[in-house]
Design a protein around this ligand. Sequence first.
Ligand SMILES: Cc1cc2nc3c(=O)[nH]c(=O)nc-3n(C[C@H](O)[C@H](O)[C@H](O)COP(=O)(O)O)c2cc1C
Length: 192
Amino acid sequence: MSPRTAQTSAPILDTLSNRWSPRAFDASHEFPENALRGIFEAARWAPSANNVQPWHFIVARRGSEGFAKITDALVGFNQAWAGSASALIVAVAEIADEEGNERPWAHYDLGQAVAHLSIQAQSEGFYVHQMGGFDPAALKEAFGLGDNQVAVTVSSLGTLADSVDHLPEMLQERETAPRERRPLDEIVTVAA
Ligand SMILES: Cc1cc2nc3c(=O)[nH]c(=O)nc-3n(C[C@H](O)[C@H](O)[C@H](O)COP(=O)(O)O)c2cc1C
């Protein structure tokens, strides 16, 4: 059991308790093509309102032009570590249909697809770290997103580095700090 494994108040799947969001990625790891396919296949099979599947993913491997474009759009705090990931994934919500009708659940559905993708990656020994700290307009411009497409998160994907020493000091502390959550009785109401 890793020290970052969730301390749960009830048994949950190992893949869920072992998932966490690292910043110390192995900068020499190359992501295998077939594993990348499996991760997006998991996203593809996420549920969505009316099965509209209002999601799109842009993936770029470290070293590619696309990877540099995505890294450039990250805020400095994220740029400090995310460049070591094997790949970066932009998760795009398609917030309206072709007639311009709003899709109220697009962000919710996209989040579920990213959750599927994260858990699939975790079950195969990879880690995902989602980020909201980036400039969506820069990514829209860089990748020619349409009027109905919004970049909602960027996720880093890869394997763990052997040590956290290469991270800035403040991030080293966060990498090893205990993981915390609000208690169950605070987030669940059992209606009588
Ligand atoms: C929508 C979203 C945005 C996030 N944005 C950032 C971010 O910009 N930078 C960062 O380092 N982590 C970011 N995180 C990671 C969270 O801080 C992390 O998931 C949370 O602290 C819980 O930690 P855990 O995933 O290790 O359990 C984000 C997570 C989500 C889901």
